[in-house]
Design a protein around this ligand. Structure first.
Ligand code: PMP
Length: 275
C-alpha cells in the first residue's frame, strides 16, 4: 500500500504525471525514516528536517508535520511493516516544463514502505571505502531529490570494489554518498560541523548524544583525508547503515583494520535507542 496525492492506494493504481517537476528538475524533497519493531524511529527529528528543507526550497507542505507523522504511521500499520524504511517524497507539483515556480500547482506527496533488515553483517564486519572529490552544490544540508552526484559517487565506490566513498572538498572530509562520517583519534570523536556542506544526519545527532553520555569528547570540527588515514577508528552513520565501521580507506587500513573499541561501544548503545 502506497500513499499518493492524499490517498492510500496500491502501487498499480498510482498514475504518475510526466509533468511532475520531480522528473524535470529534481524539484522536490524527501526523507527516509527507519522502522524498528513497527515504530517509526526519531519521527520528530525527521519531520523537522523535512520542514526546514521545504521552507528553504520554498515548497509549501500540504500537511502539518503532525499530519504527515499520522499518515506515515498509518502507512506502516497498513503495510504491517515491522523492520524497514518509509520513503517520503514531496515534489513541487505538476506543470509543463518551465524553470519558474508554477503559479498554481499542488505539491505531490508520495510515500511507501520497504522491508529492510538491519545490515548486521557490515555493522559487525565493517566496510571499505575510497576517497573522492565532493563536487556537489553548496546546500548539502537540504534533503532534495538532486542526488546525481551522490549516485555517481556511490557507483564509483562499487566500481572500485568497495562499499562507500568518503567525499572531500580540497582535502577536507565532508560526508559520504548517503551517510555521515566520524573518526576517533586519541579518544576524541571528530565529525564535520553541521553546516551547509553536509546533511545534518538524524543518526549523526543520536550518535553525538550517545558519545557525550559515554563521556567521549566530541569535536564538531573538520578533518582532512590525511587525518582520516591516521585515525584510530572511523565509521559512518545513517538511517539504514546505523553505525558501520570503515576498516580500510584507499586500500590502507584504519587503526588496527578492525572495528575499534569506541565504535563498538557506540554501536551497543545505539541498539538501546530502539530496542
Ligand atoms: N548524508 C547524506 C548525503 C545522506 O544521504 C544521508 C542519509 N539520508 C546521511 C548523511 C545520513 O542521514 P540520516 O542519519 O538522517 O539518515
Amino acid at each position: 500500500m502506497y500513499f499518493y496525492k492524499n490517498q492510500f492506494l496500491s502501487k498499480n493504481d498510482i498514475q504518475l504525471s510526466p509533468d511532475d517537476r520531480g522528473y524535470y528538475f529534481g524539484d522536490g524533497i524527501y526523507e527516509v525514516f527507519r522502522v524498528y519493531n513497527g515504530q517509526i524511529y526519531e519521527p520528530q527529528a525527521h519531520l523537522q528536517r523535512l520542514e526546514r528543507t521545504a521552507s528553504e526550497v520554498r515548497i509549501a507542505l500540504p500537511y502539518t508535520a503532525s499530519e504527515i507523522g499520522d499518515i506515515l504511521t498509518e502507512l506502516v500499520h497498513k503495510n504491517k511493516l515491522v523492520e524497514g524504511t518509509v520513503y517520503l517524497q514531496i515534489t513541487r507539483g505538476e506543470a509543463p516544463r518551465a524553470h519558474p515556480f508554477p503559479a498554481e500547482t499542488e505539491p505531490v506527496v508520495l510515500a511507501y514502505c520497504s522491508v529492510v533488515p538491519r545490515p548486521v553483517a557490515s555493522i559487525h564486519k565493517g566496510i571499505h571505502a575510497i576517497t573522492l572529490a565532493d563536487i556537489r552544490w553548496l546546500r548539502c544540508d537540504l534533503k532534495t531529490l538532486n542526488l546525481l552526484p551522490n549516485v555517481m559517487a556511490k557507483q564509483a565506490a562499487l566500481d572500485h570494489g568497495v562499499q562507500e566513498v568518503v567525499l572531500h572538498r580540497d582535502g577536507i572530509v565532508t560526508e559520504c554518498s548517503a551517510s555521515n562520517i566520524m573518526i576517533i583519534k586519541d579518544q576524541v570523536l571528530y565529525t564535520h560541523p553541521a553546516n551547509h556542506l553536509i546533511l545534518h544526519g538524524i543518526t549523526r545527532a543520536v550518535v553525538l548524544k550517545l558519545a557525550l553520555s559515554l563521556a567521549i569528547t566530541v569535536q564538531e570540527e573538520t578533518f582532512t583525508t590525511e587525518q582520516l588515514y591516521q585515525a584510530d577508528e572511523a565509521f559512518i552513520t545513517g538511517t539504514t547503515v546505523e553505525i558501520t565501521p570503515i576498516l580500510q580507506i584507499d586500500g590502507k587500513p584504519i587503526g588496527a583494520g578492525a572495528p575499534g573499541p569506541l565504535t563498538q561501544k557506540l554501536q551497543s548503545e545505539f541498539v538501546h535507542t530502539f530496542s
